[in-house]
Ligand binder design. Structure first.
Ligand code: PGA
Length: 252
């Protein structure tokens, strides 16, 4: 499949940021998104407390809403957790699973991430599965080994272009202002593409692979031009409508 056949996706990961007044910033994103419709898919993943309000606000604007994590089970005695079904019920279309902050701070394993991706599908959500190497792993020349292991362990059987997005996020690039070179991103994304196709067949050619980690206005154009980069997962810069829209406007 030619790159142009994969509609780019720019998703904002708000992490643990945002209170009800953030609806104003979300309105700004909605207002500025009109000119981008049809060229790039937009998604905001706010904290769970804002999903319902943002989903209602988004209406028919075409901006998708995603969660940032889910439990593998649909319901039960799991105090403080949230299921894919609950996210869907609140108005989400997708959920990020296996973000490095969850893998590191909550010790999530590939097997757990895989179970969460399966849960996302069960709940009717797109799974945005994050993978990426640490600085130590990169320095040890293990980047592709780590990515291969994470892909093999974190993606359930049954991958389609409609149910999966993969986000390559080098851990050392998240929130640091550092980014890999275009050549490094190209190598990683091509490897990820091949590995998905190898294990999941031709559907892997249509799965979108996002780059994430310090994406900002000044580097978005260069990063998004790399082959097999089908969009971005944006953290810090997605909190400001102007920056988020500016990044998405790379695809205008
Ligand atoms: P960042 O975060 O853009 O702030 O580096 C990206 C992410 O963690 O998804």
């Amino acid at each position: 499949m030619a790159i142009s056949e994969r509609r780019p996706l720019v998703a904002g990961n708000w992490k643990m940021n945002g209170l009800r007044p953030s609806a104003v910033e979300f309105s700004r994103i909605m207002a500025g998104s009109a000119g981008l419709a049809g060229k790039v898919d937009l998604m905001i993943c706010p904290p769970a407390t804002l999903i319902r309000a943002f989903a209602e606000q988004a209406g028919t604007s075409g901006i998708a809403i995603g969660g940032q994590n889910c439990h593998a089970e649909p319901a039960g005695a799991f105090t403080g957790d949230i299921s894919a079904e609950m996210l869907k019920d609140a108005g989400a279309n997708a959920v990020i699973v296996g973000h490095s902050e969850r893998r590191t701070l909550h010790k999530e394993t590939d097997a757990e991430v895989c179970a969460k991706a399966r849960a996302a599908w069960r709940g009717g959500l797109i799974a945005i599965v994050c993978i990426g190497e640490t600085q130590a792993e990169r320095e040890a020349g293990q980047t592709l080994d780590v990515l291969g292991r994470q892909i093999d362990g974190s993606l359930p059987d049954g991958v389609t272009a409609a149910n999966l997005v993969v986000a390559y996020e080098p851990v050392w690039a998240i929130g640091t202002g550092l980014t890999p070179t275009s050549a490094d991103v190209a190598q990683a994304h091509e490897f990820i593409r091949q590995r998905i196709v190898e294990h999941h067949g031709v559907a892997g050619n249509s799965v979108r692979i996002l780059y994430g980690g310090s994406v900002k206005l000044s580097n978005a154009k260069e990063l998004m031009a790399v082959p097999h980069v089908d969009g971005a997962l944006v953290g810090g810069a997605s909190l400001k409508a102007e920056d988020f829209l500016g990044i998405a406007a790379v695809y205008r």
